[in-house]
Design a protein around this ligand. Structure first.
Ligand SMILES: [Zn+2]
Length: 319
C-alpha cells in the first residue's frame, strides 16, 4: 500500500498544469524512519513523518517525471533538476544510502558536527520525549520549542537540563541518535553522498553575533574536515536562519553554497552567482501533509512558484 505522503505527492503532481518547469528544486528532509510506528513512540519529534518507503517512492515519481538529480558539487546542469537534502545527521539517514544506490541518485547530508562528536540527541527530540513523558500537550511543547529557538545553543541546552535533568541528552534508540564519527566517516566516503555544514551545535545563526556565527560555522568546518577528510563547500543554515551577514561569514569560511528553508524554486543560473548561491531556496517536505503543496509549488511552471516566493519568503519549516 502506498503511504499517505506518497498519495499526497501523487495528488499534487496530478494537478500540475503541463510540463515541469526548468529550474533547480531543492527538497529538504530530516530523519527518515523505517516505518510510521516511530511517530507514536515519543522518542523523536514527529513533525516530519517520512519513511524509507516514502522516500523510495518519491524518487521513483521524480524520475518518472524526467527530473535529473544533482548536489551542490555537480557542475553542468540542464533543468529541471532536483537536489535531495537531509539535515542534522540522524543515524537513520544511513539507511537512505541503499535507496540512493538503487536509484543511482546523489544527495547532500548536512551534519551538526557537535552531535556526532558528543553522541547526544537533538534538543527538539529531547523536548518532545521529556515533555510527552510528563504529559505536556503537543501545543504547549510547540510553543516552548519556538521560545527556545530565540536562544543560543548553550541557552537551549541549559533550559532543557533545568527543566528535565542532566542525562536527558542521552539518545534512547537508533531513531533519535546522531551518526557516530565512524559511521559518518564511512558514509561520507560514498560517491553518492555529499556532506555539508549544519553548524557545530545546530545554532540558529541570526540569534548569535558575528563572532558567534563564525565560531559555530568554523567549528563545524573543522570538525567535518577531520571526520570526513574533506572541508564542506555547502551549508544548510539551521532553521533556515540566515542574514546577509551570515552568508558573508559562511563565504569567508570557504562555503560556496548556502541552503535556506525559503520555499521557492531556484533558477539554474543561481548556482553560477556567488550571491544567489548563498541563499538557495528549499522546500521542506512531509510536515503535516505540507509536502503535497510544496511539491506543487516546487514543480509548477514558471510564475506560480516564483510569484509565491516573493510573497512568502519565510521558512515553512522550523528546525
Ligand atoms: Zn537542522
Amino acid at each position: 500500500m502506498r503511504s499517505k505522503v506518497v498519495k499526497l505527492v501523487d495528488l499534487a503532481l496530478s494537478r500540475l498544469p503541463g510540463a515541469v518547469a526548468p529550474g533547480l528544486v531543492v527538497l529538504g528532509f530530516h530523519g527518515v524512519w523505517r516505518d510510521m510506528a516511530v511517530a507514536g513512540q515519543g522518542v523523536v519529534d514527529p513533525y516530519q513523518p517520512l519513511t524509507l518507503a516514502d522516500l523510495d517512492q518519491l524518487i521513483d515519481e521524480l524520475k518518472r517525471m524526467g527530473l535529473g538529480f544533482v548536489t551542490a558539487r555537480d557542475g553542468a546542469r540542464q533543468g529541471p533538476v532536483v537536489w535531495l537534502t537531509f539535515d542534522d545527521g540522524y543515524a537513520n539517514n544511513l539507511a537512505v544510502l541503499p535507496i540512493l544506490r538503487r536509484h543511482g541518485v546523489p544527495a547532500t547530508f548536512f551534519i551538526t558536527s557537535g552531535n556526532v562528536l558528543s553522541g547526544e540527541a537533538f534538543w527538539w527530540d529531547v523536548l518532545h520525549r521529556e515533555g510527552t513523558r510528563r504529559g505536556q500537550a503537543p501545543s504547549a511543547l510547540a510553543t516552548w520549542r519556538e521560545t527556545l529557538k530565540a536562544l543560543p545553543p548553550e541557552g537551549i541546552r541549559q533550559a532543557l537540563i533545568a527543566a528535565f535533568g542532566e542525562t536527558i541528552f542521552r539518545p534512547v534508540s537508533d531513531d533519535d541518535r546522531p551518526m557516530t564519527p565512524q559511521e559518518l566517516s564511512a558514509f561520507a566516503a560514498d560517491p553518492l553522498v555529499e556532506i555539508g555544514n549544519h553548524t557545530q551545535n545546530h545554532a540558529i545563526l541570526p540569534v548569535l553575533d558575528a563572532a558567534g556565527q563564525r565560531a559555530e560555522i568554523a567549528a563545524a568546518q573543522d570538525g567535518l574536515a577531520k571526520l570526513t577528510g574533506a572541508r564542506p563547500k555547502v551549508i544548510a543554515y539551521p532553521n533556515g536562519g540566515a542574514t546577509a551577514q551570515t552568508a558573508a561569514i559562511a563565504a569567508s569560511l570557504g562555503l560556496q553554497t548556502g541552503v535556506t528553508c525559503l520555499p521557492h524554486r531556484n533558477q539554474l543560473q543561481d548556482m553560477d552567482s556567488a550571491a544567489a548561491r548563498l541563499s538557495i531556496g528549499r522546500f521542506m517536505g512531509a510536515r503535516h501533509g505540507v509536502l503535497a503543496r510544496e511539491m506543487r509549488l516546487a514543480l509548477a511552471p514558471a510564475g506560480v512558484a516564483q510569484r509565491r516566493a516573493t510573497t512568502q519568503r519565510r521558512a515553512l519549516f522550523n528546525l
